[in-house]
Ligand binder design. Structure first.
Ligand SMILES: O=C(O)CCC(=O)C(=O)O
Ligand SMILES: [Fe+2]
Length: 267
């Protein structure tokens, strides 16, 4: 079994995957310096930065942010989940300081999604016309995150659940052994499906949490009616530009991100 097959297997059964050491110390330092230059307000009430839509968000802060859009480490895994044609739906950064509280566990698709209609503990049999997958988030971890610090948390395997999240876990996820905070050192990429029940754990690291989230979806799907705009300060590759296309049926009305771009791929 090659590495990609292993990653696909683990992503499928867990609903998330951590790939360590994707960014070099130099790449990390550059991204962090570019964020420092923005002189963002101290995280507190706000824990997001550089969001889009509207506009281009942090993609306008420099080429290193755009290089992550089609990074070699993530493209084969996104292809497995999303096929050959997918879009960038939205982006934002997350930052937190010591003592900031957790967010609520949630899933945007599947039994626990707000639109599923399932009651807690009740079987959810109706799969027709329900989106159970199609959105994948790539979180670039720019400072150490994990059980000792906080950050992204999730219930592994919950993207395949037939039951809505029980209130006991919703109310006190820190007491539920099924909720984990995956270890993700700075330089890791976390990929997860939005059908996974996930959230933000309280931050208790002495250092600042810093992550960049890139949310991709199958080309005919959308989350908002607004679109991430092409950055104005950075010239993109033709492959990166595809990610900003108007939504359309995969391959028929939206091009492939892979055909003709094989040379850009290191598998
Ligand atoms: O990384 C995190 O804190 C979770 C963010 C989140 O909930 C999401 O991207 O949907
Ligand atoms: Fe989320």
């Amino acid at each position: 079994m090659n590495n990609l097959e292993l990653q696909q297997y683990l992503f499928d059964i867990q609903g998330y995957l951590v790939i360590e050491n994707v960014l070099s110390p130099e790449e990390l330092a550059t991204l962090n310096q570019l964020i420092d230059q923005q002189e963002l307000p101290t995280p507190g009430k706000v824990q997001r930065f550089g969001s889009a839509p509207d506009g281009s968000g942090f993609l306008n802060w420099g080429k290193p942010f755009c290089d992550l859009l089609t990074h070699d480490a993530i493209m084969p895994i996104l292809r497995f989940r999303l096929g050959d044609s997918f879009r960038l739906d939205r982006i934002y950064g997350m930052y937190m300081r010591d003592g900031m509280p957790r967010g609520r566990l949630h899933a945007d698709y599947g039994a626990t999604s707000p639109t599923s209609g399932a009651q807690p503990g009740e079987y959810f049999p109706f799969r027709d016309n329900v989106i159970t997958n199609g959105f994948v988030v790539v979180t670039w971890v720019l400072s150490d995150a994990g059980p000792d610090h906080g950050g992204f948390c999730c219930i592994p395997g919950s993207h395949k659940s037939n039951f809505k999240l029980p209130p006991q876990i919703d109310e006190s996820p820190e007491d539920a052994p099924c909720v984990i905070i995956p270890n993700a050192p700075a330089g890791s990429a976390i990929l997860f499906t939005e059908a996974l029940t996930h959230g933000t754990a309280a931050w208790r690291g002495k250092h600042e949490r810093r992550s960049l989230l890139y949310k991709y979806c199958v080309s005919h799907m959308v989350w908002t009616a607004r679109r991430v705009q092409l950055p104005t300060n950075v010239e993109l590759t033709s492959r990166q530009e595809i990610l900003f296309g108007t939504p359309g049926d995969p391959l028929r009305h939206f091009p492939s991100l892979f055909e003709g771009f094989e040379s850009e791929q290191v598998v």
